[in-house]
Write a protein that binds this ligand. Structure first.
Ligand code: GLN
Length: 497
């Protein structure tokens, strides 16, 4: 029989539903794969072997009783360690939360469990989701399965690496500035940032609340859509959750078609600073869209040039406020509490020890930008840029149905290369950040390997808010045509570990 770790989530669910495979056998195969390769990859911070097997057994029992199974029942998933999980450690990749065990589940966690998805464990990430390489994790970096000396993207590098090394067919990420799409691009996987408010943030440890968005990660567009429908939908516990039906993403992924669609190529994303092989593969993907019957035009979004600067004021400002809750009193780490020090001293010493350099940099930057006298100059200006970016999108979506761009300017860079150069690191999210600032939906899917280094390239598709289904419609069309013509990069060409 074929190896269950090589199946898509849709195939796995069908085989479990028909009785060809048991959920326990599928889970055991993935746990064995984790055992065999994760020492090298380091995608997981915590593997919940017992919990996963118990969930799988419950699925098999349900089936034996003749109960109807959900579309992803029994399918294993790797959960980014920023969503809280009752009884299972949640660290956010930070030392300050080492050993913290949440008392309840995030809404997303609960929805996965209610859908009988098998949660294998928690994945590595940049500390509090700040970074583009997973090197900012307090627990050591994750390797890119295509080349273990390179980064798997960030902040959700554990989730993307788990998919690309066949340790799980599904994963969850969060995208504040690109942390779902950029890891997807550099590992040859699919990642979707839903419309802001489309997936509940209740129990998602906050980095930048007006930007953070959880979303699905998978190896195929259809699998991402199936997961999207499981996790999305209104949640009364999240005041920014959208009270409207989830766009029909699964139907769109099943009917991939771009005939007559108007597709805009973002003029500002390309040219200088972009790797030649990335642009080559991107241009081929655009050509493919044309051949499939799309009307392709170039669209200028002049304010996108300022997006990175605005993001690096807004995100740190919000993070400086959100991370104030890690005060050594309520969660996780507490140092120097020897009875001689004041609470303020214990808090300061704990934060000095518990936070890594990037998190400290952002807290300081954010505190500065929000301080009186600077607020209007920095935070206020950044919010104005945010409005300009929204207007660029509105104008663009008046002319086209979706926008496309490369997801990242380069392929996966070597571990260590940018870690001491924050500006170079920040550039990894140049093309992804505008959608976070505007709150609309975007997806990354593989569009081949760059000729110069043989590493995956991502195609970004951007849709208006609440039109997430368009991402899947276009993504599925590209995936099918691409695979028919050139083969699937990850499924057919990924190097063995
Ligand atoms: N790389 C970006 C940052 O460091 C985005 C992170 C994210 O999306 N969580 O902030």
């Amino acid at each position: 029989m074929s190896d269950p770790t090589r199946l898509t989530a849709a195939e796995t669910a069908a085989k479990i539903a028909s009785g060809e495979l048991t959920a326990v056998a599928v889970t055991e195969a993935h746990l064995a794969r984790i055992e065999a390769v994760d020492e090298k990859v380091h995608a997981f911070l915590h593997v919940d072997r017992e919990g996963a097997l118990a969930q799988a057994r419950a699925v098999d029992e349900k089936r034996a009783r003749g109960e109807k199974l959900g579309p992803l029942a029994g399918v294993p998933l790797a959960l980014k360690d920023v969503f809280i999980t009752a009884g299972i450690p949640t660290t956010c990749g930070s030392k300050i939360l080492k050993g913290w065990i949440p008392p309840y589940d995030a809404t997303l966690t609960k929805r996965l469990k209610d859908a009988d998805v098998v949660i294998l464990g928690k994945t590595n990430m940049d500390e509090f989701a700040m970074g583009s390489s997973t090197e900012n994790s307090a627990y050591g970096p994750t390797g890119n399965p295509w080349d273990l000396t390179r980064i798997p993207g960030g902040s959700g590098g554990g989730s993307s690496a788990a998919l690309a090394s066949f340790q799980a067919p599904l994963a969850i990420g969060t995208d504040t500035g690109g942390s779902i799409r950029q890891p997807a691009a550099v590992t040859g996987t699919v990642g979707v940032k839903p419309t802001y408010g489309g997936v509940s943030r209740y129990g998602l440890v906050a980095f930048s609340s007006s930007l953070d968005q959880g979303g699905p990660c998978a190896r195929t567009v259809l699998d991402a859509a199936l997961l999207h429908e499981v996790i999305a939908g209104h949640d009364p516990l999240d005041s920014t959750s959208i009270e409207a039906p989830v766009p029909p993403v699964v139907a769109a992924a099943r009917n991939g078609d771009v005939k007559g669609m108007r597709i805009g190529v973002v003029k500002e994303f390309g040219g200088e600073g972009y790797q030649a092989g990335v642009m080559q593969r991107f241009n081929e993907a655009v050509e493919l869209l044309r051949e499939l019957g799309a009307e392709v035009t170039e669209i200028s979004c002049p304010s996108f040039d300022k997006a990175l600067a605005a993001y690096y004021l807004i995100a740190p400002s919000e993070c400086s406020s959100n991370l104030a809750r890690f005060d050594a009193m309520r969660y996780g780490l507490r140092v120097a509490d020897d009875g001689t020090r004041s609470a303020e001293e214990v808090t300061a010493l704990t934060r000095a020890e518990g936070f890594g350099p990037e998190v400290k940099r952002r807290i300081m930057l954010g505190t500065y930008a929000l301080s009186s006298g600077y607020y209007d100059a920095y935070y206020g200006s950044a919010q104005k840029v945010r409005t300009l970016i929204k207007r660029d999108f509105e104008r663009a979506f008046g002319q086209v149905d979706v926008l496309v761009s490369p997801t990242t300017p380069t392929t996966a860079f070597p571990i260590g290369e940018r870690v001491d150069d924050p500006m170079a690191m920040y550039l990894a999210d140049l093309c992804t950040i505008p959608s976070n600032l505007a709150g609309n939906a975007a997806l990354s899917l593989p569009c081949g390997l760059a000729p110069e280094d043989g590493l995956p390239v991502g195609l970004q598709i951007i849709a208006p808010a609440m039109a997430d289904d368009r991402l899947y419609q276009v993504g599925a069309a590209v995936e099918a045509a691409y695979t028919a013509r050139w083969g699937h990069p990850l499924l057919e060409e990924a190097p063995s570990l």
